[in-house]
Design a protein around this ligand. Structure first.
Ligand SMILES: C[S@@+](CC[C@H](N)C(=O)[O-])C[C@H]1O[C@@H](n2cnc3c(N)ncnc32)[C@H](O)[C@@H]1O
Ligand code: SF4
Length: 455
């Protein structure tokens, strides 16, 4: 394989790369490529799931009590419980409908995300988990992970988690500094997170993840270091450190934050590196682009075993090839392609009443897509990929000439290197991994202004 060359300076390149916008590559093709599919697609694809292999399930709860101004998730705010209760009835109907198509399946992993699954009452959480366990067979060691807003949890909900077999709790923290919390409309003192973490552990849910963010208004290098040091004292198993994706054209409420000066890409990188230093010097290993895990954690083990994978929630050690998503906006990843449930409650309700497909958008994936997905996933997980080996795996004959030509400035700047057929992202190139992946993305258009910053 031959690499290309150019005469661009490293400084020019750094500037250009830092202001670039590219997909997050939690899927390939990215969700922005999803389009209308014939209505029978969902049913046909679900029918063909291989019953001999374990599957992963995802359940989306699109409700929160209060809107964080930075939020990029698919959620809506409700101050009444009635909409949540009604949504739960619809979810149960959806599970029933999907089950009528798939029959029983073996489940190795269930993730509940949102929004905030903690908006569900203890009684309804128990009902939902009991229902899904009645329909599908969970492996004895299945992971059941729940995203938790520490402000909306109480003892009865923790008891319901334990009784339902929850094994992992993922707490949204973001930042511990009060001025930052005030700016983003999320007041959540350290003491609250500490109490919730202790209660979860005392109840036996001792796999704890924390979500943190950088690039938020009023954050400084010192303040994010402080947050990282406070997070350390909670001794989480995993930490996710997300760069704030400011996309007000998609999430209008984020405009509120336009009144604050935002960190530029260089400052964002400095913030991330400062947090990374705190974690890696204190018992955590870097996992992919934005996760940290203890040395004995499954994520770290899967990184070393080269079985780590990237999915919609970030990184996972789960090996299931099939992911079935339930609830508004959720995405299923099936062997034939991706399929996304409707975003509209009325359509969701109507589809369930009429026993028709809930997912009309998605994309069928070709062998070519699968090969590129593997390349992108390996780069995002391991920062290297044997291009020839992956092409052979999919029986495709390509030398990746055009991709390597696109990467010429990266070779010249020492951000990537090629060792025979292995493409390697160097330490200096790591912040630009998404942009390197973009060279293998056949769907990326010249205008990528709708994506978030690459760094
Ligand atoms: C569904 S929330 C987690 C559960 C719960 N809703 C909470 O916030 O505590 C998922 C995570 O996405 C991250 N997040 C939300 N909006 C984001 C954005 N605009 N950019 C980057 N990360 C974001 C936050 O770290 C948040 O904890
Ligand atoms: S970050 Fe979490 S709690 Fe805040 S609005 Fe978004 S989903 Fe809700």
């Amino acid at each position: 394989m031959n690499k290309g060359t150019t005469s661009i300076t490293t400084q020019d390149l750094d500037q250009r790369l830092q202001s670039q916008r590219v997909p997050r590559y939690t899927s390939y093709p990215p969700a922005t490529e999803f389009a209308g599919l014939p209505p029978e697609t969902q049913q046909n694809w679900l029918t063909e799931i291989n019953k001999d292999l374990p599957v992963s399930l995802y359940i989306h709860i699109p409700y929160c009590d209060q809107l964080c101004w930075f939020c990029g998730c698919f959620t809506s705010i409700t101050h009444r419980y009635e909409p949540v209760a009604k949504y739960l009835d619809l979810l149960i109907q959806e599970i029933e409908w999907v089950h009528s198509i798939t029959g029983n399946l073996r489940v190795s992993h269930l993730h509940m995300g949102g929004g905030s699954p903690t908006t569900l009452s203890a009684k309804d959480f128990t009902r939902l988990l009991a229902f899904i366990r009645e329909k599908y067979s969970f492996d004895a060691n299945a992971e059941i992970a729940v995203e938790i807003d520490p402000r909306t949890i109480d003892d009865s909900k923790i008891r319901a988690f334990v009784a339902s077999g929850v094994t992992r709790a993922s707490l949204g923290v973001q930042d511990f500094s009060l001025p930052v919390q005030e700016a983003v409309n999320r007041i959540q003192p350290y003491s609250l997170v500490e109490i919730v973490t202790n209660k979860l552990r005392d109840s036996g849910i001792n796999k704890i993840n924390l979500d943190l963010m950088y690039g938020l208004p009023l954050q400084t290098i010192d303040s994010v270091i402080n947050t990282a040091q406070q997070a350390l004292t909670l001794a989480a198993d995993r930490l996710a450190v997300f760069g704030y994706a400011h996309v007000p054209w998609m999430r209008k409420h984020q405009c509120v934050l336009d009144e604050f000066p935002m960190a530029d890409p260089t400052q964002r990188l400095q913030m991330f590196n400062a947090m990374k230093k705190v974690f890696t010097e204190n018992g955590y290993e870097t996992i992919g682009i934005d996760h940290f895990a203890r040395h004995d954690d499954e994520l770290t083990k899967s990184l070393h075993a080269r079985t780590l994978r990237r999915n919609f929630q970030g990184y996972t050690s789960d090996q299931a090839e099939t992911l079935i998503g339930f609830g508004l906006s959720s995405i299923s990843s099936l062997s034939q392609g991706y399929i996304q449930n409707t975003l509209k409650l009325q359509d969701y309700k109507k589809a369930l009443q009429e026993n028709t497909a809930i997912a009309h958008r998605g994309i069928a994936i070709s062998q070519q897509d699968k090969m590129r997905r593997t390349i992108i996933s390996e780069l995002m997980c391991f920062y290297n990929v044997d291009l020839k080996q992956v092409a052979n795996q999919y029986s495709l004959d390509t030398g990746f000439e055009s991709e390597l030509t696109k990467l010429a400035p990266f070779f010249d700047a020492g951000l990537v290197s090629l060792d025979d057929t292995v493409l390697l992202i160097t330490n200096n190139g790591r912040p630009y991994v998404r942009t390197v992946c973009a060279a293998f993305d056949q769907y990326l258009k010249a205008d990528s202004s709708h994506f978030s910053l690459a760094v």
